[in-house]
Design a protein around this ligand. Structure first.
Ligand code: 15L
Length: 276
């Protein structure tokens, strides 16, 4: 059985993945926050903005699913430390430890400034809608460098929104169910021919803004479709809203300076403890 490291394992997506993948892989779950165990798994507390922690948690694993970091738009300081330095540390630590496979859940916000009227595929130019989106583009670029320069293998999943059910009109287009995201991560761990691939992390939604042919080429067969919930979701939708948010795929990220952060910022370092 392969061992996979999931960083940011205590968050929503991490928790869904741990539940879905528990029988398939030996899971090493890491997070800054305490974690409620839901299956046979090993918990390791780590702050990936510290290289020493990143080196410790990536040792001896077959693949890394790097979810850790700030998951919404927020202040630059937090994005820089958690998403940019954290991402660099995890990819670089994996390289130093000889781990070849990385699955990087990037985000729809790497391309959020494409209008909803346009269907985009994995080859479009980046159009981040936030500092958070820029940090995801950084991860995509770093993965591309590490694939070309060091022969590592990356599946970049531009996730829409992982939830048991779609929660609003925008999410009808970008929703992905827990079992479908687990299927994509499994492709990332197992597919023999991955070098550097970008796919969209969405279910088989009729209202999708993405041409996900690259995921289908790699064998993705989504089981769910947001349309089954559309009537219920649309009945609850309030009319109006910010015209910028309504126009673009990234929604409120295109207009807001901050979106409430479900994950706390890393705690202040104790005096005298140096970053390595
Ligand atoms: C994301 O990238 C976030 O991580 C998630 O919290 C949602 O906000 C999602 O995008 C979304 O666009 O709904």
């Amino acid at each position: 059985m392969k061992t996979i490291l999931i960083t940011g394992a205590a968050g929503d997506v991490g928790t869904h993945l741990r539940r879905e993948l528990a029988r398939k892989y030996r899971i090493r779950a890491s997070d800054l926050r305490p974690l409620k165990k839901i299956a046979q798994e090993t918990y390791v507390r780590a702050d990936v903005s510290r290289m020493a922690d990143a080196l410790r948690i990536t040792k001896g694993v077959d693949a890394v699913v790097h979810l850790g970091g700030y998951s919404v738009e927020g202040p630059w300081e937090g994005i820089l430390s958690a998403n940019i330095i954290g991402c660099y540390n995890v990819f670089e630590a994996a390289r130093r430890n000889g781990v070849k496979r990385i699955i990087f859940p990037t985000s729809n916000h790497a391309v959020g400034f494409y209008p909803r009227a346009q269907t985009i595929d994995h080859r479009v130019y980046i159009k981040p809608d936030s500092r958070y989106g820029v940090s995801k583009v950084f991860g995509e670029a770093l993965g591309s460098l590490y694939a070309d320069k060091y022969g590592m293998q990356f599946l970049m999943i531009r996730i829409g929104n992982v939830n048991p059910a779609p929660i609003d009109k925008r999410r009808l287009s970008i929703w992905i169910s827990p079992r479908d995201i687990a299927q994509l991560v499994t492709i990332g761990v197992e597919h023999p021919d991955i070098r550097f691939e970008i796919v969209y992390g969405i279910s088989a939604n009729e209202r999708a803004w993405y041409d996900n042919s690259n995921a289908f080429r790699l064998g993705y067969e989504p089981q769910d479709n947001s349309e089954t919930c559309a009537a219920e979701v649309l009945a609850k939708e309030k009319p109006g809203g910010d015209p910028i948010a309504e126009k673009y795929q990234g929604g409120v990220f295109c207009a807001a300076e901050e979106v409430p952060n479900p994950a706390p910022l890393p705690k202040k370092r104790a005096k005298g403890r140096k970053r390595r």
